[in-house]
Design a protein around this ligand. Structure first.
Ligand code: ADP
Length: 346
């Protein structure tokens, strides 16, 4: 039995006291141990038993009073008095409590660190949102004030400023919609509706949607092979449409004049790898790890001019990760970029 359990400790102390007492009796010749060895031994045994019980009770009470506040703190006041008393009686209470306090302190340190990170994220996020919304709001205010100052009667100004106002409002709508998507994805509120569908067919629909924009820039949208066969996947159709839409939209936005965007699919056994490649302006090596962050833009003013919110890729990553799949990017400045993500094969 280890000495730091109250049982072991009480046993040792009672033994020492009994031995000491027996020694004194022996030395002072109070009892003739030769002739009265039996009643003497029984008396010493009873003495030992009684002192053990008294010492054990005192020690248990003492330890209980000491550990009660500690346990109530580290176990959030959930331990009952009975449980605590049982713990006191179990072996090596001191080392155990030491270990439990250390674990508790570690857990609290981790929790505090996480809370600080969340607090920083919340502050940055709010700062970014207000910064992003400020620009279109001030623009709208400027256009309206000019119109009110007489611009409304000037045919050169009125239509132009109203069109610019509409552009700023559309920008605010995009930001708010993206923010809504992000918050729903992050809160886990958004449940995936998994279904079987043909991703090649979906890609054709996305190409069609961006046809005008691509033509304006002379960008060719197409597949890696001439006539790709259907590729069936299991995923949330609407969310994956958003992913393809974002990646293809970006490939045009950050593409070069007369460039191209190519989509290819690779069978990876249980999964399909979808690859969206462009030969556009590319992304610097140092920026690649950050492009999936909310509001991150490689060239801030350029992306904003193009109407980007800096939230698109963050949404894309959330959607792919919600499917328990991965997304990667390979890119080189002035050469182009490839965004590759996996999906479960149906
Ligand atoms: P944005 O709304 O600004 O386009 P995204 O989150 O979609 O935001 O993209 C983040 C940044 O990553 C963009 O601002 C852009 O600088 C860079 N980026 C994204 N896609 C591409 C691409 N295909 N080619 C080059 N740069 C890209």
């Amino acid at each position: 039995m280890k000495s730091s359990s109250p049982l072991g400790l009480a046993f040792s102390i009672a033994f020492v006291i009994t031995a000491f007492f027996a020694g004194i009796l022996f030395l002072l010749n109070y009892i003739d141990f030769h002739t009265l060895w039996f009643p003497a031994s029984v008396s010493l045994l009873i003495f030992f038993g009684l002192s053990f019980l008294i010492i054990y009770r005192i020690l248990s009470r003492f330890l209980f009073e000491k550990i009660q506040p500690i346990y109530k703190t580290i176990h959030d006041f959930t331990a009952t008095e009975r449980e605590l008393k049982r713990k006191v009686d179990q072996g090596d209470i001191i080392s155990r409590i030491n270990k439990e306090v250390e674990d508790w302190a570690d857990k609290k340190t981790r929790e505090i660190k996480k809370l600080k990170q969340l607090e920083k994220y919340r502050r940055d996020f709010l700062g970014n949102v207000s910064h992003e919304l400020k620009t279109p709001i001030f623009n709208i205010q400027g256009y309206i004030l000019t119109l009110l100052d007489g611009g409304i009667d000037d045919p050169k100004v009125n239509r132009l400023y109203l069109e610019r106002t509409e552009k700023s409002i559309n920008r605010m709508i995009s930001i708010v919609e993206d923010l809504e998507s992000i918050s729903r994805l992050e809160s886990g509120e958004l449940k995936l509706k998994i279904a079987k569908f043909d991703i090649v067919k979906m890609a054709e629909d996305v190409f069609e949607m961006h046809d005008m924009r691509a033509k304006e820039k002379g960008i060719k949208l197409g597949f890696g092979v001439d006539k790709p066969k259907p590729v069936m996947v299991r995923a949330d159709k609407q969310r994956i449409f958003d992913v393809l839409n974002n990646l293809i939209y970006n490939s045009i936005t950050y593409g070069v004049k007369n460039g191209r965007t190519k989509l290819s699919f690779m069978d990876m056994g249980g999964n399909v790898l979808v690859d969206v490649t462009d030969n556009g302006i590319g992304i610097g090596e140092a920026e690649i790890p950050r492009i999936f962050e909310r509001f991150y833009r490689t060239d801030k003013s350029r992306s904003r001019d193009q109407g980007g919110t800096g939230l698109g890729l963050s949404i894309v990553k959330h959607v792919i990760e919600a499917h328990k799949q991965t997304i990667n990017v390979r890119s080189k400045i002035n050469k182009g970029s490839s965004f590759m993500f996996t999906l479960e094969k149906a």
